[in-house]
Design a protein around this ligand. Structure first.
Ligand code: PLP
Length: 406
C-alpha cells in the first residue's frame, strides 16, 4: 500500500505554489520530480565523493567509480536482467536508440530491409530508424493502433516479411497510455529470429518490468522519468546482440589500446560508453531506482491504477472533452482536446494559471498525431505522488477552460 502523503513529503517541489496556487504537477510523462533521497545523493556525490571514474587510483576516484558501477547492478535488478554486464549506461532513451541504430542495425541492414514500428512511437524510437531509411534505403513498416488506441500484437507479427530485420516498439505510449503486449511480440519475433527493441521510457515508471520474461533484445529506460536526474539512462542488451554490436561513439573508456594504426576495444558494456559519463546523474539514477524498488513497483502500479480509474470516470463526465486512447489497460496518461476552437496551448496556459502543469503539443509523436487527425493535444500524466484531489483540481480547471472557450 502507498502512503501518498508520506511520499509527497519526500518531494520538496510539491509543496511550492505556482501562480499563487498549490502546484498540481501532471507533466510526469515529460519528466518526473525528484525525491529528497535523489537530491541528497546528488549533493553527496558532488559535495563529498566526486572524482572522475575508471581513471584514477586515488581514494575519491575509487569511491566515485564504485558508486557509479554499483548502479549497473541496480539497473539489472530493476529490469530483472540476467547480469549487470548486459546494462549499458546512456544519457537517456534517445542515446540508447541511436546506439542501437549505429551500433547494431547500421552495420547489418541493407537497402530494402524492413523495420517494423508502431504508429504510436516517440520520435526517439523513429528518427534513428529514419536515419537508416535515408542513408541505407531501409524501409519503415508502420502498424496502426485500433480505435481504442490498442495495438494488436498479432498485427505486428503479421507485418513480418522475409525482409524484416528488427521490430522497434514502445512498451507504453507516452500519448495514449496504451500498454503494449510486448511479450507476445517478442515470442513471435524470436521464433522468426527477429530482434525486438523496446522503448521502456514510460513503462518502467508505471509498472514492474522483467526483461527476462519479456524476452526482448534491447530495453531502454531514461532516468529523468524515473524520479532520477536528466542525462541518465540505461539500456539492457541481450548478450548475443551485444556481441554483434560495433561501438557507437569513440573516445576514452571504450578502448583497450590505441596505436597509430591500430585500435582494440574495451570489453562490453564499456565498449559502448565513450568519454567521461554522466557520473553523478547515473549515481542519482541508482538512488531513484532503489527508491522505487523500496516502494514496490506493484504498489506503485496499484496506486496509479486507482488514480487512472478515478481520472477516467471524472474526465468521462465532461462531454465536451475528447480523450484520445480508451484502452482498458492504459496507464494514467490522458491526452485530450476540447470541442471548439481552443488550442492545446491555450488550455495548458489556463491550467497553469490554476497551478496545474500539463504538457501541450505533439508530444514528439507526430505520426500518431497524424493518425489521430489532431495537430496537438493536452496531456495530463500521473505519477506515484499524485492524488484524487489533484484530479478534482484538473477537472475544475478544465471546466473553467470550457466556460472561457465555448
Ligand atoms: N520514448 C518515449 C515513449 C518517451 O516518452 C520519451 C520522452 O518523452 C523518450 C522516448 C525520449 O526520452 P529521452 O528524451 O529522455 O531520451
Amino acid at each position: 500500500m502507498i502512503d501518498v502523503d508520506a511520499i509527497r513529503a519526500q518531494f520538496p517541489i510539491l509543496s511550492r505554489q505556482v501562480n499563487g496556487r498549490p502546484l498540481v504537477y501532471l507533466d510526469n510523462g515529460a519528466s518526473a520530480q525528484k525525491p529528497q533521497v535523489v537530491l541528497d545523493t546528488i549533493q553527496r556525490a558532488y559535495g563529498h565523493e566526486y572524482a572522475n571514474v575508471h581513471r584514477g587510483l586515488h581514494t575519491l576516484s575509487t569511491i566515485s567509480t564504485d558508486n557509479y558501477e554499483a548502479v549497473r547492478g541496480t539497473v539489472a535488478r530493476f529490469l530483472n536482467a540476467p547480469s549487470e554486464d548486459h546494462i549499458v549506461f546512456t544519457s537517456g532513451t534517445t542515446e540508447a536508440m541511436n546506439l542501437i541504430s549505429y551500433g547494431w542495425a547500421a552495420p547489418r541492414l541493407q537497402a530494402g530491409d524492413e523495420i517494423i514500428l508502431s504508429i504510436m512511437e516517440h520520435h526517439a524510437n523513429i528518427v534513428p530508424w529514419h536515419f537508416l531509411r535515408e542513408r541505407l534505403g531501409v524501409k519503415l513498416v508502420w502498424v496502426d493502433t485500433d480505435v481504442n488506441g490498442d495495438l494488436d500484437p498479432q498485427a505486428v507479427l503479421d507485418a513480418i516479411t522475409d525482409r524484416t530485420r528488427m521490430i522497434a516498439i514502445t512498451h507504453l505510449s507516452n500519448v495514449l497510455g496504451t500498454v503494449v503486449d510486448v511479450k507476445t511480440i517478442c515470442v513471435g519475433a524470436r521464433a522468426k529470429g527477429i530482434p525486438v527493441v523496446v522503448d521502456g521510457s514510460q513503462a518502467a515508471v508505471h509498472m514492474p518490468v522483467d526483461v527476462a520474461d519479456l524476452g526482448c533484445d534491447f530495453y531502454a529506460i531514461t532516468g529523468h522519468k524515473l524520479y532520477g536526474p536528466s542525462g541518465s539512462g540505461a539500456v539492457y542488451i541481450r548478450p548475443e546482440r551485444m556481441a554483434e554490436m560495433q561501438p557507437f561513439m569513440g573516445g576514452g573508456d571504450m578502448i583497450r589500446d590505441v596505436g597509430r594504426d591500430t585500435i582494440t576495444w574495451n570489453d562490453p558494456p564499456m565498449k559502448f560508453e565513450a568519454g567521461t559519463p554522466g557520473i553523478v546523474q547515473t549515481i542519482g539514477l541508482g538512488a531513484a531506482l532503489e527508491w522505487m524498488m523500496d516502494l514496490g513497483m506493484d504498489n506503485i502500479a496499484a496506486h496509479e491504477t486507482a488514480l487512472r480509474d478515478y481520472a477516467r470516470d471524472r474526465l468521462a463526465g465532461l462531454n465536451w472533452l475528447n480523450v484520445q486512447g480508451q484502452s482498458a489497460t492504459k496507464a494514467a496518461i490522458f491526452s485530450f482536446t476540447l470541442d471548439g476552437a481552443a488550442h492545446a496551448h491555450d488550455i495548458s496556459t489556463v491550467l497553469d494559471k490554476k497551478g496545474v502543469a500539463v504538457r501541450a503539443g505533439h508530444h514528439c509523436a507526430q505520426p500518431l498525431m497524424q493518425h489521430l487527425g489532431v495537430s496537438a493535444t493536452c496531456r495530463a500524466s500521473f505519477a506515484v505522488y499524485n492524488t484524487k484531489a489533484e484530479v478534482d483540481v484538473l477537472i475544475d480547471s478544465l471546466e473553467l477552460c470550457h466556460d472561457l472557450f465555448s
